[in-house]
Design a protein around this ligand. Structure first.
Ligand code: UT7
Length: 340
């Protein structure tokens, strides 16, 4: 079936907590060094929420900015999707908490759970819903407070993660503008490679699960690294093929910000110049589902993206999951917009 219309991003927002945790701060917590963290990951600092701040608080801040940027009132939203691995609670969905706080009374709301790929998965669902004529205006948020599920005594994970949120408002667009293609994938066999084992129905919270530290992220970093380096070039190539564009025509790759070495390896395997890959992992670390929308926001705000540019966004993570999409950018250069 050929779609009669597509969708595009008409507003972007971001929330990053003000507190910066540097590698030097982590040297005081665990047996690590700034040198190890920078050479193995590219990360120099990350943001961490203060006590009392939850994922929906960051989601709200990012959503308010995205709605203002789009010039869309909250009660115009038909659907809210929040991608997150760190919801405020198991239910109600963080998207419902956000719907209430925004006063988006008309909007349906649910969370997308595909770990770091959740925001891209959410955009695919939003795009399909708009293309099918089931919605006009959709808010897709990626929001995380990973610091809440990080074991600050485990040096193999605590140096990697951070907190933030990114939000996008999607509206209808002619086919060929905005989102051009989506690729979504999963390989559940790799589920145990990154997980938060306790707190669900398999291992309900108990003194024992807390004692065994099963409420924290558990990850086999080396295997996830290999998976990422394998899947990223494939997902990027497929997104370009489905959009009918050559890789050489891509102006910007906006990848999940997990590790600079993963991004370097992907650029090399694709034979694409590294300068075409937007990187901000040094400032935020891995913020899971927030990583791609925050990178997109920053690339746009910095004035790198111009109307007509071709982008490929790419996410991968727990599940295992991955998602990519090709985008024909439909907004004016940000600096030009601000000057108007
Ligand atoms: O969003 C998707 C989720 N996750 C990812 O994308 C993560 C993907 N994986 C990675 O980014 C990398 O695998 C890591 C950064 C997690 C680890 O880098 P690595 O080069 O794969 O290191 P490794 O796990 O093979 O560990 C090498 C050594 C080990 O010591 P031994 O066994 O060689 O003596 C670790 O114990 O480095 C040690 N190590 C550390 N040393 C200092 C692990 N963490 C640290 C640390 N500081 N923070």
């Amino acid at each position: 079936m050929t779609a009669l219309r597509g969708s595009t991003i008409v507003g972007l927002g971001r929330a990053v907590p003000p507190r910066v945790v540097t590698n030097a701060d982590l040297e005081r917590l665990v047996d690590t060094t700034d040198e190890w963290i920078v050479t193995r990951t590219g990360i120099r600092e990350r943001r961490v929420v203060p006590d009392g701040v939850a994922t929906s608080d960051l989601a709200y801040e990012a959503a308010v900015e995205a709605l203002a940027d789009a010039g869309v009132p909250a009660d115009a939203l038909d659907l809210i999707i929040v991608g997150t691995a760190t919801p405020d609670m198991i239910f109600p969905a963080t998207a419902c908490l956000l719907q209430d706080r925004l006063g988006a009374r008309r909007a349906a709301a649910f969370d997308a759970s595909a770990a770091c790929s959740s925001w891209v998965y959410g955009c695919a669902m939003a795009h399909a819903t708009i293309a099918a004529g089931m919605a006009e205006t959709v808010l897709v948020v990626g929001a995380e407070t990973l610091s809440r599920i990080t074991n600050w005594r485990d040096r193999s994970t605590c140096v990697l993660f951070g907190d933030s949120a990114g939000a996008a408002v999607l509206r209808p667009a002619p086919v060929g503008e905005g989102f051009l293609s989506f690729v979504l994938g999963a390989d559940g066999r790799g589920g145990p490679l990154i997980s938060l084992p306790a707190g669900g129905s398999r291992l309900p919270a108990s003194f024992e699960t807390v004692e065994r530290q099963l409420h924290y992220i558990h990850m086999n970093g080396r295997e996830v690294f290999k998976f990422a380096v394998r899947v990223i070039p494939r997902a990027i190539r497929e997104a370009a093929e489905r959009a009918g564009v050559p890789l050489e025509a891509v102006d910007w790759f906006i990848p999940h910000q997990a590790n600079i070495r993963i991004i370097d390896a992907a650029a090399e395997r694709l034979g694409q110049p590294r300068e075409k890959f937007f990187v901000n992992v040094q400032r935020y670390g891995n913020t899971s589902s927030a990583s791609v929308p925050v990178a997109l926001y920053e690339a746009w705000r910095a004035g790198y993206l111009d109307r007509g540019d071709l982008l490929i966004l790419l996410a991968f993570g727990g599940g295992l999951t991955w998602g990519s999409c090709a985008v024909r950018w439909t907004r004016e250069r940000a600096t030009a917009r601000r000057a108007e």
